[in-house]
Design a protein around this ligand. Structure first.
Ligand SMILES: *Cc1c(COP(=O)(O)O)cnc(C)c1O
Length: 392
């Protein structure tokens, strides 16, 4: 069989070795604690599930949905944006529901990029930005994110010719994997840069609702002029514990929304309508479930930070996202530390290098693990000693 070149270009799954050890340990009956994937363990709130049960009985919901969703779901998204950010959106022109944000993020590349084009991609980052770019035949120009800059890109460091040629830029705040946040000024600087250089600015705000100690994330759409050049992506996955149901949305510039609609209309057939009904309930119903989730994650965050600090790792306290991003001690790569943690404490963490070369030197711990597992994992961390690095 002759497969495509792009298939061969997909990076080998970074977890191969770790996955092998996990499988072996599980087979041997070992009790693994996983701080790996970011996938809420808390169930979807009952009123949202009730809506699904009801909507599933309605035969019109058994048929093909429209790519751009029910008018009511687009209005619910616009309503939520107004309530949450004070941003006004035209539900028919500036809003597009997605089958999860990931799908929209991947497909967005096809709206802007032709073979040989350049996209500005942060590193470390959620891998889909770079993979979408590669699938479109375009090149990623890496914007390194450094701790010293608060994990924000240095826009001035992008070489002039690259900036002039680039067609899109991805940003993601609150950030996965670093848990960094961006201020209104940070986002305004990116909007100004992209307006000047005529670059499509795509902002992934999947974690906007997971903020700690009262932190409320900013929307890119709150920046004056953002709608001239920008789309923002959201997801119900992390906010309402709905990763399994698949609902996200893109909002912003009407031409960009239409472009994404055109790509999607040719590839998918929309979100099952019963799930759109769940989304309407989530976005327009009472929002206390969001606060109670955040309370749970904040408690876990504090517990994990205490354990990592006891162990001797350096950690910034995250103000948002589902992740703790900890520095790896001298003498280890992030993959080595992750492997030692798994071998010696039966704990799974993600090496920072899985998110790009500039993630090296860090590990990511997800807070989407049940409380008692978090406690068990933290006790193991606290009674572990960081071993001497191998090979001196
Ligand atoms: C989880 C996540 C998403 C995807 O969310 P879905 O709506 O479940 O596809 C998008 N971006 C980032 C950075 C994420 O971590």
């Amino acid at each position: 069989m002759k497969f495509s070149d792009r298939l061969g270009k997909l990076a080998p799954y970074p977890f191969v070795e770790i996955s092998r050890i996990i499988a072996e340990k599980k087979a041997a009956g070992v009790d693994i604690v996983t701080f790996g994937i970011g996938d809420p363990d808390i169930p979807t709130p009952q009123p949202i599930i009730d809506k699904l049960l009801e909507a599933s009985q309605d035969p019109p919901n058994h048929r093909y949905p429209e790519t751009d969703g029910l008018p009511e779901v687009r209005r619910a998204i616009a309503h939520w944006y107004d309530q949450r950010f004070g941003v006004q959106l035209d539900p028919d022109k500036e809003v597009l529901p997605l089958i999860g944000a990931k799908e929209g993020i991947g497909h967005a590349a096809f709206c802007f990029l032709d073979p040989g084009d350049i996209a500005l991609i942060p590193d470390p980052a959620y891998p889909v930005y770079g993979v979408g770019t590669m699938f479109a035949g375009a090149e990623s120009h890496i914007m390194p994110l450094y701790e010293r800059n608060g994990w924000l890109p240095e826009l001035d460091a992008i070489p002039g010719p690259v900036a002039n040629a680039a067609k899109l830029m991805w940003l993601n705040y609150p950030n996965n994997p670093t848990s960094a946040v961006a201020t209104h000024e940070d986002l305004a600087a990116a909007v100004a840069y992209c307006r000047e250089k005529d670059i499509a600015l795509l902002h992934d705000a999947a974690y906007s609702e997971v903020g700690y100690d009262g932190y409320r994330a900013t929307s890119c759409m709150q920046v004056d002029g953002a709608k001239d050049v920008s789309l923002e992506f959201h997801s119900l996955s992390k906010t309402y514990n709905m990763t399994g149901w698949r609902f996200g949305m893109a909002v912003g510039n009407a031409d960009m929304i239409r472009a994404l609609f055109q790509i999607k209309a040719n590839l998918d057939s929309g979100i099952p309508q019963a799930i759109q009904q769940m989304a309407i309930e989530a976005l327009t119903g009472p929002q206390d479930c969001v606060d109670s989730n955040v309370e749970i994650y904040q408690r876990r965050r504090d517990r994990v930070i205490k354990a990592l600090t006891t162990l001797g790792l350096t950690v910034d306290v995250p103000r948002a996202s589902l992740y703790v991003w900890a520095r790896v001690p001298e003498g280890f790569t992030s993959a080595e530390l992750a492997a030692r943690l798994l071998e010696e404490t039966d704990i799974v963490v993600t090496p920072g290098s899985s998110y790009g070369q500039y993630g090296e030197g860090y590990i990511r711990l997800s807070l989407t693990t049940p409380d008692e597992q978090v406690e068990k994992g933290c006790q193991r961390l606290e009674s572990w000693k960081i071993p001497a690095p191998q090979g001196g």
